[in-house]
Each structure stands twice: as C-alpha cells, then as structure tokens.
Design a protein around this ligand. Structure first.
Ligand code: BEZ
Length: 221
C-alpha cells in the first residue's frame, strides 16, 4: 500500500459532504475518527457497508470515535443514495457525513484508489480503504479491501478497541490474535519484567516456550 500509511498525517483536505463542508483535521478534532471509502453510490456491497456502519455508529460514538465516509459521486447523489441505505435497513438513520470526491483528487491523496476498478469513463474508483486516525491526526491503522469484499464492522470495532487499549497503556501493551475486549493483552517487548511488575501489580503470566526467552507475557488490562 504505497502512499499514506501508518504514522503519516492525514491530508487536511476540505471537501463537500452530505453534512456541509468538512475540513478533515477539524472533523477529527481531539478524538479518533474512521475515514472510509466506497467505490461508488448505488452499488450493492457499498450499500450494505453503509447500512452496517450506520448500525455501529452508536458503538463508535461511545468510544469517542467519529465516522466519515467518502465516495466519488457528488453530494446530490449521496443524499439520494442515503434514502436507499436507510430503506435497506428499516429504522436505521445514517448519522455520519459522506464526503464527495467527483474529481478523485481526495481519494488519491488519501491513498484510496483501486487501480483495478474503473467507472464507465475508465477513471479509477476508490477501493474499500479505511483509515483510523488518532487525535494527533496520524493514521493509526488502515484496512485495504477490494470492491468484491465488504468489510466486517465487528472487526473495525475490535481494531478500535485494540488501538484504544494500547493507547491507554501508553504503548506498553498490545493485543494478541483474535483478542476481544475483556481478554488479556500481551506486554510489549520493550517492557522489562521489572517494569512489568510495576505496571501490573496483580502480576502477569509468562508463556513457557522452548526458547525460554520469556517474551510472551499476558496481563489483565
Ligand atoms: C459494490 O459495492 O457492490 C461494488 C462496487 C464497485 C464494484 C463492484 C462492486
């Protein structure tokens, strides 16, 4: 994924959206934000993703995470599309803004172009990219999916919970494979056992592995 990547500052673009003009850094503010792209309005997978994201909006809000969609059609098209999205999931309300990028400049700067997907004019469409941006406006995590594969919002939420857990512990812990909130985290390799004893007075467990290197340590967080 060349271009914008983990640790880079998200470009401070100003774009029209379904909720007015948005400047990305102001939108992110001092919390976290998820900026996610879709190939095009009125397409099947995108409609299910938008509806799914609307259903998770409350969970993200509880965690102080804002949502910001982007699709390459214009605002008028997005507003019409929202009616379909909400009808697809009766009772749902799409509360987050969708930015418009009809000339595809923003998706290039945000590293969201899918070179394999083109519109009728042969112009590249956005991939299903998703950047989780932190309060410092840098990219903390990205997903890069092709048009054929809709994203799993449980996984987006799990990734947010992992990032927030690591940030709360100032990068001293990480979350292992298939971690879920409530599971134990692992203690990062830069933390000595001495420091770990101070950080986790209730103790931690070191996996007994053939190497005896003692690097896989689990703690309740
Ligand atoms: C979709 O959202 O279903 C879609 C969009 C672009 C290409 C293929 C599928």
């Amino acid at each position: 994924m060349p271009g914008l990547t983990i640790g880079d500052t998200i470009p401070n673009l100003e774009l029209d959206s379904t909720q007015g003009r948005i400047r990305i850094h102001d939108f992110v503010g001092d919390g976290y934000a998820i900026i996610f792209s879709h190939p095009a309005d009125f397409t099947p997978v995108c409609t299910t993703e938008m509806a799914a994201m609307a259903g998770y909006a409350e969970e993200f809000k509880k965690r102080g995470v804002k949502l910001l969609g982007i699709s390459c059609d214009d605002v008028a098209s997005h507003k019409e599309w929202i009616k379909d999205i909400e009808a697809f999931k009766p009772g749902s309300k799409l509360t987050y803004p969708i930015m418009a990028d009809p000339d595809r400049n923003a998706i290039r700067e945000l590293n969201m172009v899918d070179p394999d997907e083109k519109d009728a004019r042969g112009v590249s469409l956005p991939s299903r990219t998703l950047h989780i941006v932190g309060p410092d406006k840098t990219v903390k995590l990205s997903f890069l999916y092709p048009a054929c594969t809709g994203r799993n919002m449980d996984e987006v939420l799990r990734a947010v919970d992992s990032l927030l857990t690591a940030a709360r512990h100032k990068g001293k812990v990480a979350t292992p494979a298939n971690w879920k909130p409530g599971d134990r985290a692992v203690i990062g390799p830069s933390v000595s056992d001495e420091e770990a004893r101070k950080l986790f007075p209730d103790g931690f467990e070191t996996a007994d592995l053939p190497s005896k290197k003692g690097y896989l340590r689990f703690a309740k967080v």
